[in-house]
Design a protein around this ligand. Sequence first.
Ligand SMILES: [Zn+2]
Ligand SMILES: [Zn+2]
Length: 182
Amino acid sequence: MSNLPFVLPECSNPATVRLEVYSPADEPLNGSLDASAYACDAHTIDAVTAIQEAGFTARRVPMAPDTTRTCGHVYLFPSGSLAGNACPRWCDETECARRGEHRSPVADIDTNRPEPVIVNVVLVQALDDDASPQVAITAADTTSEGEPRSLTLLLSISQGYVLSNRMRLMTEAVRRDNGGLR
Ligand SMILES: [Zn+2]
Ligand SMILES: [Zn+2]
């Protein structure tokens, strides 16, 4: 976040205020919504001052009740003018704004043999202020009537991590039983 045009106060307290940061524009709030900045009570005025001194407009809005952010946290909206580095490192950075989400390259679960179900896995993160990345597993096959169907499972990153370990242990147990042939 060091490339931001303003430096916000930071402390370890939970934020009590969210500040919408708008680009400079002729009319207040006509600029693009560039960021959400979070501040605790003690640092709200300093945060607003820092944003305004950089030529941006700060608009104080209520925190969502289920949101927890530390004072000084900044979220950059990918559609805004500060969004140059807003994509997470794993994002393929292709049309994130149009898709409404960051997405990693899709990994096909390719076994080099025909499988009845086609499976792929991808990381996604909605372009929402508070969205966390998720693991999306999609399975596609054909019904007995010949209709294509697919199902996507969205897992938290923690679930994806545990799932990958469980599956590795289970599949390795089967491979050992089969003498390592599969
Ligand atoms: Zn603070
Ligand atoms: Zn992206």
